[in-house]
Design a protein. Structure first.
Lengths: 335, 305
């Protein structure tokens, strides 16, 4: 079976006064129906820009090109914005990070929900309202009927994010993209929203791309993971394998940053990755992680380093061979 | 919403009363009204007679209260120049001023809002710069000067339009443009910055992520938000155009309230001047009040708690 969404060699460039910022540099990922792919990485690593490019929602200044972006067998690179708008919302929907500002303050929840369906399907406003009520109940909002008449400012952040999720589901899209859907919410609400997303994804058999910088979320939600750093995928694989046996020094570093209940002693220092993320302006040779990596060799600064495939769906971008890296992983093994 | 409106109305009334009080005091202090009425070559006896006849010898506060009491009932006294009730004199001319103000307002809105929107969609293009140039001119040029340019070009050189009076609709074209153009830059700039800000907001991206076409994104989602402060400003400007047409009415000799005001000041026709000031402050305060209420109505964050 071919993947629901398959992205190969995606590039996003942003022209700046100081030069061209290569924000995304040759990213590959794919999602199957009913599966969750998690894009993980620090702020600015290009994970949001990658999915915005797929949706053709990048900021005006940014440009993108790719070897292929295939959605359900259809090539999206080269599709006009007019056609793309037919796909957005109906075939792939997006849930944004900021529920406080992502809803239009001037229109009621009902209006904004119904609009998502009316745009794509020839149904009556009443039918659209029924669908909105059904989905609001699905996302756990009580008294859904009366909520439709409310404005975004009358709802709490958690409720607004539920509304955003319902809005994404209005047309029953095969693919849903959630861009840090819980970052702006309280911890208790975060857990509820994640559980909700997971159950809806199963129920509607959707493919899901979950963007996050929280490895705890990845562990709970993802079937597969792509770890991004500085505009590149540095490691990818099934979530379980990747957590058990991280191969890239950056992934290992990320996992060391997480405290493990029962293993991390109170007061003990958590791991951190030294240095800062380089700004990817202009061309760069060698490994993107070279200036922060403790295993760095001369080859790392000059060689062109591709994604080394080691098994089905498992690949990493490093000159270190698995054996070498594995012996340095004792700390993260337990996770 | 009701409480909000009520508070605003009380505030507006207080402003109107204060304006009328201050203007009454200033007019009476700016010169002896009795001398002005009696004429420059009047004898002291004549001046004394006038002063007693019009009650100008009483304390000024008493005069104000008496005037205000009558004004509330719609009686603004009689003009010593026209020998007619002030109410009728103003009533004959207010229609002209309203038409001129409305035309100027429509001209300003129709020029400013589309230009502001286009400039926001295409920032830093030739059309944005054209809009900027138009607004800089409008802001920098005094409206009487622009009026004179219009008169020279369209009235004297091209002879397309009549240069003075108010007999037909054609007489209103130039004064309305001169008056409206002056108000349009502020509206245009506010529309442009508002639209640019809104277009960069998260909910516009949400609207696009639903697959909405550029039309609905722009007009339903963006303009609806950006227009709120523009509507407020437009109402205040409308008040200004109704009240601020003094110079323009004078330049084009349009026989409206502004023209009357200028001539009445020259004639020291105090009851007329006093009534016009009260009328204008009332118009201005009403427009500001309407602007506040409409603003609240358009913004659900204020309207719905």
């Amino acid at each position: 079976m071919s993947a629901l969404l398959k992205v190969r060699d995606l590039h996003v460039d942003i022209p700046l006064a100081a030069g061209v910022l290569h924000a995304v540099r040759g990213v590959d990922f794919s999602v199957d129906r009913g599966q969750t792919l998690s894009l993980v990485g620090e702020s600015g690593c290009g994970k949001s820009l990658s999915v915005l490019a797929v949706m053709n929602l990048l900021p005006k200044k940014a440009t993108w090109h790719a070897n292929t972006i295939a959605f359900d067998g259809q090539e999206l690179d080269g599709v006009s914005e007019w056609q793309m708008a037919n796909i957005r919302g109906s075939k792939m929907a997006m849930i944004f990070q900021e529920p406080m500002t992502a809803l239009n303050p001037c229109y009621t929840i009902g209006n904004q929900l119904e609009e998502a369906l009316l745009r794509h399907q020839p149904v009556s406003r009443n039918k659209a309202r029924d669908r909105a009520v059904y989905l609001l109940e699905k996302v756990g909002i009580t008294a859904a009927d009366s909520r439709l008449k409310q404005y975004p400012h009358q709802l709490s952040g958690g409720l607004r994010q539920r509304v955003m999720i319902a809005m994404g589901l209005m047309c029953g899209p095969p693919l849903i993209i959630a861009d840090e859907p819980t970052t702006a919410l309280d911890v208790t609400i975060q857990a509820q929203i994640l559980a909700l997303l997971a159950s809806l994804q199963k129920e509607f058999d959707m493919g899901m791309i979950l963007i996050t910088h929280d490895l705890g979320v990845v562990a709970r939600m993802a079937d597969s993971v792509a770890v991004m750093y500085c505009g590149q995928v540095v490691e990818t694989g099934r979530a379980i394998e990747l957590f058990e046996n991280p191969l890239h020094p950056y992934t290992q570093g990320l996992l060391r940053c997480i405290p493990v209940p029962g293993k991390t002693k109170p007061g003990e220092h958590l791991g951190s990755i030294p240095g800062i993320v380089p700004t990817p302006i202009g061309e760069q040779t060698g490994c993107v992680f070279q200036n922060r990596c403790s295993y760095v060799t001369d080859d790392c600064t000059s060689a062109k380093i591709g994604l080394a495939r080691i098994s089905a769906g498992r690949a990493y971008r490093c000159l270190l061979r698995p054996k070498v890296s594995q012996k340095n992983m004792s700390e993260s093994q337990a996770i | 919403m009701l409480v909000y409106t009520g508070k605003r109305i009380v505030l507006a009334l207080l402003v109107a009363v204060t304006v009328s009080f201050i203007s009454f005091m200033i007019l009476n202090l700016s010169g002896d009204p009795a001398i002005a009425l009696a004429g420059a070559d009047a004898t002291p006896e004549e001046i004394k007679f006038v002063r007693e006849k019009y009650g100008l010898d009483r304390p000024i506060l008493v005069q104000y209260i008496e005037w205000a009491g009558r004004a509330i009932q719609g009686n603004f006294g009689e003009s010593p120049y026209f020998n007619q009730p002030v109410k009728d004199i103003i009533g004959d001319r207010i229609g002209v001023t309203l038409i001129l103000g409305l035309c100027a307002f429509l001209f300003a809105v129709c020029l400013a809002i589309p230009l502001g929107v286009i400039a926001a969609i295409r920032p830093n293009t030739w059309i944005d710069r054209t809009a900027l140039t138009i607004s800089v001119f409008g802001q920098a040029m005094p409206n009487f000067f622009f009026g004179l340019i219009l008169i020279i070009v369209f009235g004297v050189i091209l002879r397309w339009l009549p240069i003075s009076g108010g007999e037909s609709w054609r007489h209103f074209i130039m004064p309305a443009i001169a008056l409206g153009y002056y108000g349009s830059p502020a509206l245009m700039r506010l529309t442009r910055t508002g639209m640019m800000e809104v277009l960069a907001s998260d909910y516009i991206r949400t609207a696009r992520s639903k697959g909405l076409r550029p039309g609905p994104v722009l007009f339903k989602h963006a303009l609806r938000n950006a227009i709120i402060p523009v509507v407020s400003l437009a109402f205040v400007l409308f008040g200004y155009m109704l009240g601020g047409a003094f110079v323009i009415e004078y330049v084009f000799a349009v026989n409206g309230v502004g023209f009357l005001a200028v001539r009445s000041i020259e004639r020291a026709d105090l009851p007329v001047v006093q009534a016009i000031i009260l009328l204008l402050s009332f118009i201005y305060v009403t427009m500001t009040l309407l602007s506040d209420i409409l603003n609240a109505y358009l913004d659900p964050r204020i309207r719905v708690k």
